[in-house]
Design a protein around this ligand. Structure first.
Ligand SMILES: Nc1ncnc2c1ncn2[C@@H]1O[C@H](COP(=O)(O)OP(=O)(O)OP(=O)(O)O)[C@@H](O)[C@H]1O
Length: 252
């Protein structure tokens, strides 16, 4: 398996000496090549879970394994793609994609970058600068930058959240295409129920720091978002999100 979370607890604060856990006893195993979406309302602990897997945070209890290695900090086996794609504005598309490889003095940097530029569908745009790209294109460059290091798992924190609705729709399809070609394990965070049902092999619903639902999505791809089967998954998660909670639900 690619990733396992074992009895993970994380708190940022204490009240009267008691840790206030934002994540409590999280246990998840993720198979190699699986596309897993973590779904939940704002503040339920999604980003904290991703930051623990990325190695940016340390759990208070428990451990995380990636391909049997314990996560002790950030490393190249986990490629992170953020909502704001953090490209270097003074580098071209190609230079941005090559950056991580050049740092490692890889002689085949150009060759590998060419492969991933083609994979993300940006052949012909190599010489453009980030300011000349649309949001969707910039996000694809962010994905290529993470993929060039050949990570065991790709971590994505609301990567489509900053895009307009139409671009977001296109990027969901693109992401499935890239995932199928790259065969990576993807750990994807979203607020959007339809997005999770469209993308994932499996959706984990987090509620107040605990796993409330862990549900495989048994629908063939490409998924028909208006089919009764698709809509019944949407309803299942929307119900799960609204049960006994006061925060606003963001479904799209
Ligand atoms: N560095 C931090 N210091 C203190 N509290 C934090 C920190 N990071 C997160 N928290 C708290 O932990 C809880 C979970 O936050 P987290 O960002 O993981 O939620 P989320 O589900 O990703 O929310 P969103 O969808 O709004 O990004 C929140 O109550 C948040 O205020």
């Amino acid at each position: 398996m690619a990733v396992s979370f074992e009895h993970i607890y994380k708190a940022f604060d204490e009240v009267n000496g008691k840790p206030q856990y934002v994540l409590q006893d999280i246990n998840l195993t993720i198979e190699t090549g699986q596309f897993i979406c973590i779904l939940g309302k704002s503040g339920c602990g999604k980003s904290t879970l991703l930051n623990l897997l990325a190695g940016y945070l340390k759990p208070d209890k428990g451990r995380i394994l990636v391909d049997d290695n314990r996560v002790e900090g950030p490393a190249a086996d986990r490629g992170v793609v953020f909502q704001q794609h953090a490209l270097f504005p003074w580098y071209t598309v190609r230079e941005n994609v090559e950056f991580g490889l050049r740092l490692k003095n890889r002689k085949d940097a150009a060759q590998i970058a060419t492969k991933y530029i083609s994979l993300i569908g940006l052949e012909g745009y190599e010489k453009l600068y980030p300011s000349e790209l649309s949001g969707g294109m910039a996000q694809r460059v962010g994905i290529a930058r993470a993929l060039v290091n050949d990570p065991a798992v790709l971590l994505m924190d609301e990567p489509l959240g900053a895009l307009d609705a139409l671009t977001r729709d296109t990027m969901r399809k693109e992401l499935i295409r890239i995932w199928q070609l790259s065969q990576k394990t993807i750990f994807f965070i979203t607020h959007s129920v339809p997005e999770a049902v469209y993308l994932a092999d499996r959706v984990v619903l987090l509620k107040q720091g605990e796993v409330a639902l862990d549900q495989p999505i048994n629908l063939p791809r490409p998924r028909e978002t208006k089919s009764p089967e698709f809509l019944s998954y949407v309803e299942l998660f929307e119900q799960g999100l609204t049960d006994n909670q006061t925060e606003s639900v963001i479904t799209e």
